[in-house]
Design a protein around this ligand. Sequence first.
Ligand code: C2E
Ligand code: MG
Ligand code: MG
Ligand code: MG
Length: 289
Amino acid sequence: AAAKQLSEGVAGYQAGQDERHLRELTIIQDLPVALAANTLSICYQPKVSLQHQNCLAAEALIRWQHPSLGFIPPDEFIRLAEHSGHIQLVTDWMLSKVITQAALWQSSHPGLKLAVNLSPLDLIDEQLPTRIQQLLNQARVSAKVLALEVTEGAVMQDPERVIRNLHQLAALGVELAIDDFGTGHSSLAYLKLLPVHEVKIDRAFIKDIEHNSDDELIVEAASRLAKGLGFQITAEGLENRAGLTKLLALGCDTVQGYYFAKPMPATDFDHWLQQFQQTGADYFSEVNA
Ligand code: C2E
Ligand code: MG
Ligand code: MG
Ligand code: MG
């Protein structure tokens, strides 16, 4: 009986493996086709300045509704795109769409900055700064509209080359942010070498900050150190008002999270922003009480 159970278990595991394998193959095959056909989309999530009580920037997040697999989380297909050599297609598609959107929003939302996530592999691509400059020129927008988010780990694989590339990107006038800060292995000493403007503290330290004093301590230490080095501090993943009180007290500059808004399609973001300019102060009322 035990042997039968074992062999059924193995068969079940095998079936699960095959199913996952098939899903991955489908994703890898369909992604370049979907990009070329423009069937992916982008959501924008506000980044709110605590000092200005205003939204000065948004993060662009890729979305893929697959015809047979349904919604595929970006974490999943980005990882596969990195492994299959398709990540440059994804990054170029995003940059081109977001820069075009920035051009459209130039007059209605002057000064609004849009952030695009880069994969670690993008940072060893020495042509990237040139391609970004070309896209900005074509769209006739200033590099000031664009920010790029990179993770700590991105620097580790080929530090010299990556740091040189980051300096070239910064020289275009594009702002750089360290994403998911606190989850990788980079030291703040390393950050000092990078032309970085902003450090985004990972959601893992923010989500329970009103209950978890360890998280509070970590965020406080990270923001004090990063501030000392001249970086802006952004907290990712704020979901409630109690957390906002803490983040204000800890000296965070910018907050991003469901408390203010979830990522939205461009049209919804446009409406949200107009609304927020009227009623944004409500999100802060009673916060200091
Ligand atoms: P990320 O860059 O750290 O993006 C933030 C993620 O946190 C987004 O998930 C966002 O929807 C989510 N988030 C924001 N606020 C909250 C909150 O209050 N609560 C919760 N539970 N979640 C919140 P998303 O869109 O699923 O993206 C996941 C990751 O996929 C991103 O993490 C980024 O690493 C990657 N990604 C997304 N779009 C792109 C892209 O265009 N290019 C690359 N290379 N990576 C991308
Ligand atoms: Mg990001
Ligand atoms: Mg992040
Ligand atoms: Mg992340």
